[in-house]
Design a protein around this ligand. Structure first.
Ligand code: SF4
Ligand code: SF4
Ligand code: FES
Length: 246
């Protein structure tokens, strides 16, 4: 019998703090929830909001591990609330904190959008086709090797949840560090044969201590990415390409 079928009462310890509210102080609040079969952290949070605290702030959109909005620290580990079963915690005690390294909106809700937008602008996360001066909608798409298309698709699975950024010691120490999600984005476009940017162009963006040379390779990103993206492999790949430029 699994833990979620034993009729447990779960204890959730949740950070409550609204920085918009004058005089509010960060504090941990404990809520009790009766566990149901197949219960996720997301379902439990909804129950807490319905039954105990209507002011509790947390984010979700898809409830299916696709939108990337429900990232939070779950017993100290960055993860997606909608994909985490309460049965994973045999002691029935679950501590929830907002993802660090992002601006706190309130309680468990953080502003990952601003970071992701500026990261995307910094790496210019779109195809740079220098041969095409204007958009031609009738142009036939270039052929691509299926293995390369698979490799790019693998990286496009990033949902920009921010878990890799919260798990990154370098990012926590250095605000301008691009971070693993940025490296995944750069690798995705550097691999794409339609993107005409050269290694010298990429060097301008990631060939410094705020880029791949500042990464300490402790791989908190790889260990905590809920989509299991190949961070270690891609950081090494970008380093090899950047070293050739120097
Ligand atoms: S690389 Fe992984 S952990 Fe980082 S934002 Fe993308 S899906 Fe989330
Ligand atoms: S390997 Fe690099 S990007 Fe990944 S968590 Fe460590 S310092 Fe951050
Ligand atoms: S609610 Fe969309 S990933 Fe969790």
């Amino acid at each position: 019998m699994s833990n979620d079928e034993q009729g447990r009462t779960l204890k959730f310890h949740i950070l409550k703090y609204d920085p918009q509210l004058e005089g509010d102080e960060p504090r941990m609040v404990t809520f009790e929830v009766d566990e149901a079969p197949g219960m996720t952290i997301f379902i439990a949070l909804n129950e807490i909001r319905e039954k105990h605290d209507r002011s509790l702030q947390f984010d979700f959109v898809c409830r299916a591990g696709i939108c990337g909005s429900c990232g939070m620290l779950i017993n100290g580990k960055p993860d997606l609330a909608c994909r985490t079963l309460t049965s994973r915690f045999p002691r029935g005690e679950i501590t929830l904190l907002p993802l660090p390294a992002f601006e706190l909106i309130g309680d468990l809700s953080v502003n990952t959008g601003e970071f992701m937008r500026s990261m995307s602008e910094r790496v210019e996360g779109w195809i740079h086709d220098q041969e095409q001066e204007s958009v031609d909608l009738t142009r036939i798409e270039e052929r691509m090797d299926p293995d390369l298309a698979d490799e790019i698709y693998e990286l496009d699975r990033c949902i920009e949840c921010g878990c890799c950024i919260s798990a990154c010691a370098t990012k926590r120490m250095r605000d301008d560090f691009l971070g693993a999600v940025g490296f995944i984005k750069v690798a995705r476009f550097a691999l794409d044969t339609r993107d005409k940017r050269t290694d010298e162009d990429w060097y301008e963006i990631i060939g410094n201590d705020d880029g791949v040379f500042g990464c300490m390779t402790l791989l908190g990103c790889e260990d905590n990415c809920p989509k299991d993206l190949p961070h270690q492999h891609k950081i090494a790949y970008l380093r090899r390409r950047m070293v050739k430029v120097t």
